[in-house]
Design a protein around this ligand. Structure first.
Ligand code: KG4
Ligand code: ZN
Length: 338
């Protein structure tokens, strides 16, 4: 089964062709990072305009790379939530038009489910698994198991305020680093020391909170500047990396202690973070549980993960989680190829 997938929820225009949920025939990503850098973050109106310019060339290239034509495509999958409305609309309208004109069924997809399934690309997952999605907009913890041969995804916890990626990006701004801040902080931290030794926030259950850490670091930087002291961006970066990896690791360990877990899945833009990868490798060795990260090209936003999620959704023949429920309210789904 070949799925043509579209992802335009934020500042990446991406189109992919995915075969049987695993085999990525093409995954073309056109990023607007350099355009939004100038403004220190994504400007929604500018993002939508660039999606309009990019969508046809990216689609054409994805089809060419996959060496297929629309006749070979069984389904079209498109991210329809969550994301920037104007950006989402460009992908959605393009995919809908293709679907209508070529009579190919359309599947509206949830972006977060895409991140969850980015771990399934090229991997056979031994369920049950704990899945941590860490992106610019979300920090969600899920339990994934199989019931009656169907995949069931349960949301265990989420951030009560800022997402991890958002925290990285905002602190990077305070430090005068360029957008997106995550990769910059990751790089700088390698030559820094954990001087701040930030305390873990007390958050119940499987939920997270990062706004206190953001405020703590912002106040620290402002106070030092007022005192005329030099700040070390490297040390602040390292301090942030340590507390973030500690918090995320601890919550995943809590799931492992309380539930049966065969695999740890980490996904989303922040899963590219080197310290986080190191932390989870240590947990994996200590607990003797396999950990899986997506390849770097599947960490940040991409259409391959949307195509992969769509395949499993079709196979499951039902909604997975509360993420999916939202999808179905937004757009109608046609299920059969005429
Ligand atoms: O998943 P993604 O591409 O978009 C959303 O769905 O939000 O994630 C983007 C986020 C940004 O906040 C970016 O700073 C962060 O992922 N990120 C990183 C790294 N690479 C990207 N954060 C920490 N370390 C990294 N190496
Ligand atoms: Zn994302």
């Amino acid at each position: 089964m070949k799925i043509l997938a579209f992802e335009t929820s934020c500042d990446e225009t991406s189109v992919a062709v995915v075969e049987n949920g695993k085999n990525v025939l093409s995954n073309v990503i056109s990023t607007q990072i350099d355009i939004h850098k100038e403004y220190g973050g994504v400007v929604p109106e500018i993002a939508s305009r660039h999606h309009i310019e990019n969508i046809i060339p990216v689609f054409t290239e994805a089809m060419k790379k996959a060496e297929c034509s629309l006749k070979d495509i069984d389904y079209i999958a498109v991210t329809n939530t969550p994301g920037l409305i104007g950006s989402l609309l460009v992908g959605l309208m393009f995919a809908k038009s293709l679907s209508y004109a070529n009579k190919i069924p359309l599947l509206p997809m949830n972006h977060i489910n895409g991140h969850i399934f980015s771990n399934f690309i090229e991997n056979d997952i031994d369920l049950p698994a704990v899945s941590l999605v860490v992106s610019g907009g979300h920090t969600n913890l899920y339990y994934i198991n199989k019931i009656d041969n169907k995949i069931k995804i349960t949301l265990l916890g989420e951030t009560l305020d800022d997402a991890v990626g958002e925290t990285y990006d905002k602190i990077a701004r305070v430090l005068g680093l360029s957008y997106p801040g995550g990769p910059e902080i990751d790089r700088l931290s390698k030559s820094g020391e954990d001087i701040l030794k930030i305390k873990k926030p007390k958050v119940e259950e499987y939920n997270f909170s990062f706004s206190g850490i953001k405020t703590y670091i912002t106040n620290y930087v402002n106070n030092e500047k007022m005192k005329g002291n030099e700040i070390s961006k490297e040390n602040i970066a390292k301090s942030l990396q340590e507390i973030v990896s500690e918090i995320l690791g601890e919550k995943v360990l809590k799931v492992i202690k309380n539930m049966k877990v065969n695999t740890i899945l980490v996904s989303g833009g922040v899963s590219a973070n080197e310290r986080l990868r190191e932390k989870f490798k240590q947990i994996s060795e200590k607990e003797n549980i396999k950990v899986i990260f997506p390849k770097l090209e599947y960490c940040t936003d991409n259409a391959a993960m949307i195509g992969c999620a769509a395949y499993y959704e079709l196979k499951n023949e039902e909604m997975y989680s509360k993420n999916i429920e939202k999808n179905y309210k937004v757009d109608a789904i046609s299920t059969k190829r005429e």
